[in-house]
Design a protein around this ligand. Structure first.
Ligand SMILES: C[S@@+](CC[C@H](N)C(=O)[O-])C[C@H]1O[C@@H](n2cnc3c(N)ncnc32)[C@H](O)[C@@H]1O
Length: 287
């Protein structure tokens, strides 16, 4: 596996994932081979945390929830910013074949995999572009829809990203995203999670989960977008943690990294379950 580009942020979980996929790990291939995001279970009580197929279905379902919110119609041009391995675009191409799709990511290694997967599928392959989502290399008013699935917390600046989205969206265009949105009471601890010492321990790298719903509304207004939906779907995503903890326990190694990762997942499960950090879907309209 070639190394990460200097411009790409250090995201240990992505390195682990690419390493495992490169070694032909079939469990990773089936669970995170297409999507690098949490799952959505319409009925969380029916989730099976030890089933890779159940998680795979739930990860697909999350993409479909975002696509429903985006209300994409034939003939549209759609950008998926922070597209990972292109799984959401794959579901979109299956749903509405022949759209003009673009996937963008800061990490060229992920884009190479995304392009390989797309070439092996029937249908029109997206164009894949390596760039920072906060400096989009596209003309003004050139997209009908922008998607950002579970990635905005890694971007250097939400304000810069929203301003760029506003610029590249056509009038009437729409942005949909998913993010971990803190309740007001969790804002202080969420800021502490950004301390360098904590980030160094963190499997997920640098994550800014300090933008509340009110913060999003303000940022959107400043960038000329209107927030029209903010939907807390935490309840439907919680089985992800049991699945990930089960996956980690399949590894024979019980080192410090294992303990830190388990503790991190336990914390995320707790704050999600208690409404402190809300996995949310948001939609922003450009008037
Ligand atoms: C949790 S993954 C989600 C990937 C994909 N959206 C999905 O749902 O499968 C976060 C993604 O954000 C990407 N990313 C991080 N910083 C970025 C940036 N500044 N510009 C573009 N992509 C970025 C990472 O490389 C990674 O692919």
């Amino acid at each position: 596996m070639a190394g990460r580009d200097a411009a790409a942020p250090r995201l240990p979980y992505i390195d682990h994932l690419l390493g495992g996929l490169g070694r032909g790990n079939s469990v990773l291939e089936r669970s995170f081979g297409e999507h690098i995001h949490w799952g959505y279970w319409p009925d969380p009580a029916a989730a099976r945390p030890d089933s890779v197929e159940d998680f795979k279905d739930a990860a697909n379902r999350l993409s479909l929830e975002l696509l429903d919110l985006a209300a994409i119609t034939p003939g549209m041009r759609v950008l998926d910013a922070g597209c990972g391995f292109g799984g959401t675009l794959a579901r979109l191409e299956e749903r509405l074949p022949g759209l003009d799709l673009v996937g963008l990511n800061i990490d060229a290694r992920q884009l190479r995999r995304a392009a390989g997967l797309a070439a092996a599928r029937p249908g029109r392959a997206p164009a894949f572009v390596a760039a920072d989502a906060c400096a989009l290399p596209f003309a003004d008013a050139s997209f009908d829809r922008v998607l950002a699935v579970e990635c905005i917390f890694h971007f250097p600046s939400r304000a810069a990203f929203l301003a760029e989205v506003r610029r590249v969206l056509k009038p009437g265009g729409v942005l949909v995203l998913s993010d971990f949105v803190p309740a007001a009471i969790w804002l202080g601890p969420a800021w502490m999670l950004r301390w360098r010492a904590i980030e160094r321990l963190n499997l997920f790298g640098s994550c800014d989960v300090t933008c509340s719903a009110a913060g999003y509304r303000r940022l959107a207004e400043r960038s000329g977008l209107r927030m029209t939906t903010m939907r807390d779907i935490s309840r439907h995503t919680l089985p992800t943690y049991a699945f990930l903890r089960h996956l980690l326990d399949q590894r024979k190694v019980r080192d410090r990294g294992h303990r830190v990762a388990q503790a991190g997942l336990g914390l995320m499960d707790f704050v999600g379950r208690h409404g402190l950090l809300r996995y949310s879907l948001a939609r922003f309209d450009r008037s």
